[in-house]
Design a binder for this molecule. Structure first.
Ligand SMILES: Nc1ncnc2c1ncn2[C@@H]1O[C@H](COP(=O)(O)OP(=O)(O)O)[C@@H](O)[C@H]1O
Ligand SMILES: O=C(O)C1=C[C@@H](OP(=O)(O)O)[C@@H](O)[C@H](O)C1
Ligand SMILES: [Mg+2]
Length: 166
């Protein structure tokens, strides 16, 4: 949450000449509700179901960059969908994310008395899941979204199967 998946995913898509989809945006458009509203009015479980429904549909397309919500890793079912593509774990220190999201009220899970503690505990719980990604990119201080998109593009060949030459 707040690492830049939506921002950098859009840039990556542009660089690749791919389409772009953000699962949170699709959910908000399809339901006519904000992510905050969905959490408040229908609960996290209902949101997670919608998130899986959207991912199950969009994962079937080729030439598409998909930005997900940070909680996509929680449902086992989603991993089958994620593995249709190459999965990038965009990672950043909690302190950096916390500062970025300090003025942002669009993340319902951070409407907490201790948002920094909440970010820490979410990251701790999810690290074993994020570790299943194909590529792990750790943000460096001061790196712009453009820098990060470039670094991801450069790292992708290292995780593609090398061709066997005969
Ligand atoms: N590398 C970066 N440097 C500075 N600000 C960034 C960077 N990446 C994202 N941001 C900003 O951080 C906020 C969260 O980014 P967002 O793309 O919504 O993250 P996510 O989709 O992972 O929650 C946005 O305001 C965005 O402009
Ligand atoms: O980490 C999470 O559980 C969530 C992350 C959010 O998306 P971003 O990761 O794009 O902020 C959004 O899906 C929702 O608020 C829940
Ligand atoms: Mg996002």
């Amino acid at each position: 949450m707040g690492v830049g998946k939506t921002t950098i995913g859009r840039l990556l898509a542009k660089e690749l000449g791919y389409g772009f989809v953000d699962t949170d945006n699709v959910i908000a458009q399809a339901t006519g509700k904000s992510i905050n509203q969905l959490f408040t009015e229908e609960g996290e479980t209902a949101f997670r179901k919608l998130e899986s429904d959207v991912l199950s549909q969009v994962c079937a397309f080729t030439k598409l960059t998909i930005s997900t919500g940070g909680g996509i890793v929680l449902r086992l079912e989603n991993w089958g969908y994620l593995h249709h593509g190459l999965i990038v774990w965009l990672d950043a220190p909690v302190e950096l994310i916390y500062n970025r999201l300090a003025e942002d009220s669009t993340r319902p899970l951070l409407q907490d008395a201790d948002p920094k503690g909440k970010l820490r505990s979410l990251l701790e719980q999810r690290t074993p899941l994020y570790s299943q990604a194909d590529l792990h990119i750790i943000e460096r201080e001061g790196e712009t979204p453009e820098d990060l998109a470039k670094r991801i593009l450069e790292a992708i060949p290292s995780v593609l199967k090398t061709q066997v030459s005969h």
